[in-house]
Design a protein. Sequence first.
Length: 542
Amino acid sequence: MMNRRAFGLLVLATIAAVAAAPVTGAPGVDGWESYAGSERNTGAAASLSPLESPTDDWNRAPGGDVAASPVIADEQVFVATGKFVNAHALGDGTRQWTRDVENQRYDALAVADGTVYASTADGVTALGTADGDERWSTALSGAPFGPPTVHDGVLYVGSADGTLYALDADTGDAAWTYDAGASLSTTSPAVADGTVYAGDRNGTLHAVGIDGSSLWTESVAGERLTSPAVTDGSVYVGAADGTVAAYAPDGTRRWTTALGDAVRYSPVVTADVVYAATAAGDVVALDDADGGATAWTVDVPATGDSGVSMSLHGETLVTATDAGAVHGISTDGTRLWTRELSGSTVSPPALVDGTVIIGTDAGEVYALTDESATSGSDGSTESGATATETASSDGGTSGGNAPPSGGSDGGAGGGGGTGGAGGGATDDGATGGLQEDGATATPSGETTAAPDGTRGSTGDSATATAVQPTPNSGVTTERASESAVGTESDSGKSTGTTARATAATDGLTGSPVETTDASGPGFTAALAALAVLLAGLLARRR
């Protein structure tokens, strides 16, 4: 018969298994299903491990400018290139299908429940993820131009004539429309807690009920807004005049910060920190609890055209620039690594469990992988191994990147970029050279999973980071204000909840920002085991 001590230990073990079970529904865990990862547009996959030194895994030339963010679901990568929608295998980049979608733009796609959605010049088209077959196509007035958002079976998309549409995701039938009074063509709506948020080109933020009713509007700035990003307690938005603002769910302005140069992409938001980037190349961490005060600033090379877009992989900001490079920056402002690309990037990277998927205006899609950051690795490095490739302790520029020839000629909401060539391939998959579709590439390594929730040890030379920024930490770069006005390019694999101990007094960091429902086999099995144990306890008490 089991004694009470053994029984208690089993209960504790079961509860621990529940806590460590994979969390699904968060960006980067199951996939990257929309422009900024999820319907909240946070751009943050906070539950993943940091990307310490990703390497080229594969790259493909799907044919045409890849101006919009890829989306990821069910081990597939979906990419829009002009009027074509392409599906590639996440593991090795093999093209699975391509479909000619009439009048398709360069906007980011959205994917949900086995369907990928594409905005077109005159409506929205839905394709099956397995084969690319058209499921429905709906004509809309006003030229939908921004990336769509899908939530609870409803697709939301804005248009150039100021109409916000709510469509049935299964049929394309319109449920309701909302008139914003100004173009919504470069915004991706954010949805949270029964509210749809959208920013227009005149600088107004709109909060709309899921029934289409107007809840509130607030004038943020005099110029176009980015797509909003939403956490449980706030909605954040950037503007072309350099403003970053935070609002409470009732429309009360919490704080506003002026960055001095155009903010063209949505802020990346976590529970405590808001990350924003300017067209001039300033990556800024803002302390949400301190009224948006600047915690640190890091400068990355940018041309000032489309600027810098970002996504967060654990404690690593993956920053992509119009100067043709991707930079890894720790959440404490430390430079980690730099990867050169073939052309400009004018959309945020897509992330999933140790992998970065990103496109360029030269017509390539890259997969950068850090196996130490995947859920199938313990993340350890040998003592003395460095966790940075181009780290600079004094904040100096990493890599010395030169702008590529023939950058983007606009890029607003996608579509401004110059069409890239689909050829010029090499057959060297090992070196990450551009490959023709169908060529064999080095696949992503799959390793035996470490216990969920553990990251493993880090080598002596690895950079230790903290999620909560410290004012004046890192390197602060002050730049003169430049009134750069341009067009806005605003448009998984499962892992356990990662806890990283930064210091004895710091506690645990790295918990997901998004409110998500835990599910999946691990979670279900743990609950079942807990139920059995509790039933046994009740039986004994009887």
